[in-house]
Design a protein around this ligand. Structure first.
Ligand SMILES: Cc1cc2nc3c(=O)[nH]c(=O)nc-3n(C[C@H](O)[C@H](O)[C@H](O)COP(=O)(O)OP(=O)(O)OC[C@H]3O[C@@H](n4cnc5c(N)ncnc54)[C@H](O)[C@@H]3O)c2cc1C
Length: 494
């Protein structure tokens, strides 16, 4: 089929999906207040890829001969990765990085699942073939995916295998296993066509727990699935009043599976406990998705920097060195991310198993960790820079009613009142609104939480190279005129 249009995407959302919000079922997310703006923002992504001006920048010709978004590409050269980064960057520029889950994010994930087919199929080829077919299906139909990886937020101490909420196979049928349980957090789910569900991060799953081991995809409307929404954070107000939150709110959900049939063709990992524990590593999850995270973060931090700088200039607190220091942190972080984006491609690595190219692993891990650490810090700075300006914010209708009477009291050093208030409203939307706070939570957590980042950094680090330096310095020098013992590889063989 190839590239979808926005209208085709919206049409597909009007199906039998069971989305529950505020006690009621949402029949049509494209029309429901609080939901519809986001549906149309995702539709814009599909229309964008069809624009003649950007088509070559964001799409490629697939081996089938049709066109697909570059996020689906199986990178066979370093240049493929470069092109993919440019495609990510194009949409991130449009949204200022505010759509963490635009379809290109999960497209890269589906590619990674398919690309790991030899691992899924190591014992029986059929599982690998299914994984690849699921990828092809997503690419050919240009689907929008959500994903649900983590356990429902019930109890983080009792082993998942002992909790009622944990997704499990309750019986097998000729058509496929039947599952019951819940998964979190399905972001963008009401706007997706399908869900990738994989059980990960359950260290307590042992050989006797094979009925917890299943990775699959399923259409959003599949019988036996219910999607429970959090509060809507799009206030449906004018552009002036809600300049960011009124554009898109990627809704987070919990999915409940009740006696839900998973057709065999939708499963690529089943009851293989060893593979289950290695699956994220085998599909090079960080390398495939981290690239999207990084490129989007560059756009989002650039936007935040611009916003903080303009707010600081408006009240002239930019004259103060403590504020300049805060603004310097925005600039520094942006440059860090830009350098990582270069390293991601220039230091790209070819996978020995499938021959595909992946963004540099260290750059990806660093980008993911830095983003989770720095983003809350930048939001803290934004709040500090704006001060009480964030509560000096009349609404658009108040300007309509009182007009010039507000000018002297709400203007900035270099901006008229309405212009200044518009800027501060945007700052508040980003830093203080429910939508902005959810963005902060998202950037902190969506790729795992910071303790785990640090533990894995320590676990995966090259400790041997670091210890070798210490050991060498512990070795007494051969003579007082060779104070620094040379590393063995610089020593002439005797
Ligand atoms: C806005 C948002 C969107 C998301 N979207 C998705 C999505 O689309 N798909 C998806 O699969 N996931 C999604 N996630 C989930 C994300 O992957 C998790 O938030 C993340 O893995 C952390 O898990 P948790 O939230 O359950 O934290 P928890 O495990 O509940 O941790 C809470 C706190 O307790 C601490 N803690 C927990 N366990 C331990 C321990 N054993 N030892 C020490 N400290 C501990 C943590 O450090 C943390 O500070 C999303 C999360 C957010 C916030």
């Amino acid at each position: 089929m190839g590239l979808r249009s926005g209208a085709e995407y919206l049409d597909a959302l009007r199906d039998k999906r069971r989305i529950i919000y505020d006690g009621k079922r949402v029949d049509d997310v494209t029309a429901e207040p609080g939901f519809r703006n986001t549906a149309h923002a995702v539709a814009q992504y599909y229309d964008f890829q069809n624009l003649p001006e950007v088509r070559d920048l964001v799409t490629y010709e697939t081996p089938d001969g049709d066109r697909a978004h570059l996020s689906f590409i199986e990178p066979r050269t370093q240049d493929d990765l470069r092109r993919r980064a440019q495609a990510f960057a194009a949409w991130a520029e449009v949204t200022c990085g505010h759509m963490g889950r635009s379809p290109d994010y999960m497209n890269a994930c589906l590619m990674a699942v398919g690309a790991a087919q030899s691992h899924w199929g190591a014992k029986e080829a059929v599982w690998g073939q299914r994984a690849y077919d699921l990828y092809l299906d997503a690419r050919r139909r240009d689907l929008c995916y959500t994903h649900t990886f983590v356990q429902a937020h019930t109890d983080r101490f009792t082993p998942a295998t002992e909790q009622k909420s944990t997704l499990r196979v309750v019986r097998e049928t000729a058509d496929g296993p039947v599952v019951t349980g819940a998964k979190a957090v399905g972001t963008l789910a009401p706007y997706a066509d399908a869900n990738l569900c994989l059980g990960g991060l359950m260290p307590d799953v042992k050989d006797e727990h094979a009925h917890f081991v299943i990775s699959f995809t399923l259409p959003m409307e599949a019988a036996g699935t219910t999607w429970i929404c959090r509060d809507v954070m799009d206030p449906e107000r004018s552009h002036f009043d809600a300049p960011l939150s009124g554009k898109s709110d990627e809704m987070d959900t919990v999915v409940i599976f009740e006696d839900c049939l998973i057709p065999w063709d939708n499963i690529y990992l089943y009851q293989d406990v060893e593979l289950f524990h290695k699956q994220l590593q085998l599909m090079r999850f960080h390398d495939a998705l981290g690239h999207h995270v990084l490129i989007r973060s560059v756009a989002k931090v650039r936007f935040l920097f611009g916003l903080a700088h303009m707010i600081a200039e408006t009240s002239q607190v930019s004259q103060r060195t403590n504020i300049q220091e805060r603004l310097g942190e925005f600039a520094m972080f942006l440059e860090n991310l830009e350098c990582l984006a270069i390293a991601a491609v220039e230091g790209a690595e070819q996978d020995a198993t499938n021959g595909l190219w992946y963004a540099n692993t260290k750059a990806m891990r660093t980008a993911i960790r830095l983003n989770a650490d720095y983003y809350p810090q930048l939001i803290h700075h934004l709040m500090q820079i704006g001060g009480s300006g964030y509560v000096n914010m009349p609404q658009e209708r108040t300007f309509d009613t009182l007009g010039s009477a507000l000018e002297d009291y709400f203007s900035g050093a270099s901006r008229e009142a309405k212009e200044k208030v518009a800027l501060y409203r945007m700052g508040w939307d980003m830093a203080g609104s429910a939508w902005g706070q959810r963005h902060e939570l998202y950037e902190r957590f969506f790729f795992g939480e910071h303790t785990r980042h640090r533990l894995s950094a320590y676990e995966w680090a090259d400790k041997e190279a670091a210890m070798a330096m210490v050991r060498r310095m512990l070795t007494p020098p051969p003579s007082r005129f060779e104070p620094y013992p040379l590393p063995d590889h610089y020593r002439q063989s005797e």
